[in-house]
Design a protein around this ligand. Structure first.
Ligand code: 4AD
Ligand code: MG
Length: 432
């Protein structure tokens, strides 16, 4: 019996008889020759069905195949320079598993709304397939780098009693009659975890009830959040640039074919080498003034056009640090030299992709944290446990959160985050 192989491994079976199981992507009918383009999730291969080489039933089945019909092929793998992956299959037997109904997504152009409505089928297409494989590589690179640098992976809860990133973007849940929220960030729990493990990260789905309908906002996205005891703002920037540099390098190395399918110019990615430039918020504002945003006021958060204007000055990601205290979360440590600003840092991706990381140094003072919780109108009881961390061996510490979807949008050169996650959740989309 021939071995069952996946298309990505056919090179190891040149000249041998194998079984391939998959779906019909496309077909060219040349009478006595049927050329089947078959995809199996790992790749695409052309299978040649020659009338004289198969049984009459198998040949008849080949002619009946519709787009996306599922099938099992037995045949010999043959090296062919002209073939897309360098190999073809000469079919000896063909079995139909299921004849697909008329498939809604055809090689012609479809509008985005139609494709999003058919996202469950759209992910089979070559471009979406390539993007999601790059996503998987980014996720693996994230874990590899952290696991290899002494970080302990810690899962933080998704159902939580309190806000991390402000109360305006909370998704409420009825928790047996008590209010609870879907997590906006695992950070506060990570801050507890570092006192036990020193260096940790959480990596999971994160929720924001963002009313923003932009190309970079999802209501459910994946964030990795490293947190490090005794680390300062400068320490955390050094970790971030090494981390991001590694992720990009792994994608370029391992997903060259996928980057080619989505037509990404990888020279942009090859330039992503640490160290990354560092820009004080004041200097970023001065830069904006110089670049035509003359009435941008000190103290405001940057919008997408501002971030794009800043990042286009650099050929690699750029850190903006020391944001004004008033526009950042309650837990940010004030700059001792100027408490109007805080020890926060965002990483802006090049080519106008904007913020992919937010983070900074956390507040250590119990008294000041209590004051901030009050100023931000947060319910004190829900944070009691968090305040304990400043009672029992408080240390300076820092951390950050990197959003997978925005990072993938940048690395892949994609227009919109909706293509960076298998089933996006957005302001106006919950289906499929
Ligand atoms: O800047 P943010 O809100 O930071 C935090 O949540 C911190 N607690 C993280 C930490 O220090 N542990 O979010 C971090 C990153 C952003 O830079 C962005 O990449 C992503 O999460 N992000 C979103 N991605 C898609 N859709 C949204 N609505 C996002 N909001 C944030
Ligand atoms: Mg942010």
């Amino acid at each position: 019996m021939a071995p069952y192989v996946r298309v990505e491994n056919v090179a190891e079976h040149a000249g041998q008889e194998v079984i391939i199981k998959g779906w019909l992507h496309n077909k060219t009918d040349k009478g006595r020759l049927q050329f089947l383009l078959v995809r199996d999730g790992s790749g695409i291969i052309q299978a040649v069905v020659f009338k004289k080489a198969v049984s009459p039933e198998a040949f008849e089945a080949a002619t009946r195949l519709t787009q996306e019909s599922s099938l099992v092929l037995t045949g010999t793998i043959r090296a062919d320079e002209r073939a897309p992956g360098g190999f073809e299959m000469d079919v000896m037997d063909l079995q139909v598993v299921h004849i697909a109904e008329e498939y809604p997504i055809t090689p012609k152009e479809h509008g985005v709304a139609f494709l999003m409505e058919h996202r469950h089928l759209w992910i089979r297409s070559q471009r979406q397939h390539a993007i999601l494989r790059i996503r998987a590589t980014i996720i693996r690179a994230i874990r590899d780098w952290l696991d290899n640098h002494g970080f302990i992976g810690m899962d933080t809860p998704i159902l939580t009693p309190a806000a991390v990133e402000g109360t305006t973007t909370l998704f409420g849940v009825d928790y047996f009659g008590e209010p609870a929220y879907l997590t906006q960030s695992g950070q506060l729990y990570n801050e507890a975890n570092i006192f036990a493990f020193g260096k940790v990260y959480c990596f999971g789905p994160t929720f924001r009830a963002e009313k923003s309908k932009t190309r970079r906002h999802l209501t459910e996205f994946w964030m990795v959040e490293p947190e490090v005891a005794f680390a300062t703002l400068e320490d955390i920037m050094e970790i971030e640039e090494q981390f991001v540099g590694y992720i990009v390098r792994m994608v370029v190395q391992e997903r060259a074919r996928e980057l080619e399918i989505i037509e990404r110019d990888i020279t942009h990615l090859q330039r992503v080498l640490p160290p990354f430039p560092r820009l004080h918020y004041d200097d970023a504002v001065a830069l904006l003034h110089k670049k035509g945003f003359t009435d941008f006021p000190w103290g405001e958060d940057f919008g997408a056009p501002h971030e794009a204007a800043i990042s286009e000055e650099f050929d690699r990601p750029v850190f903006v640090h020391h944001y004004p205290t008033g526009m950042k979360a309650f837990y940010m440590e004030p700059d001792p030299a100027n408490p109007q600003t805080c020890l926060s840092v965002d990483l802006l991706a090049p080519e106008g992709y904007g913020e992919i990381i937010g983070g900074g140094q956390r507040m250590t003072s119990l008294a000041l944290l209590e004051q901030r919780i009050q100023e931000h109108h947060l319910p004190r009881e829900a944070y009691d446990w968090y305040l304990d961390l400043r009672r029992y061996g408080s240390v300076p510490h820092s951390g950050f959160g990197l959003g997978v979807e925005r990072t993938l949008a940048w690395i892949g050169g994609l227009d919109h985050v909706r293509e960076t996650i298998p089933f996006p959740r957005m302001l106006e989309r919950m289906y499929p």
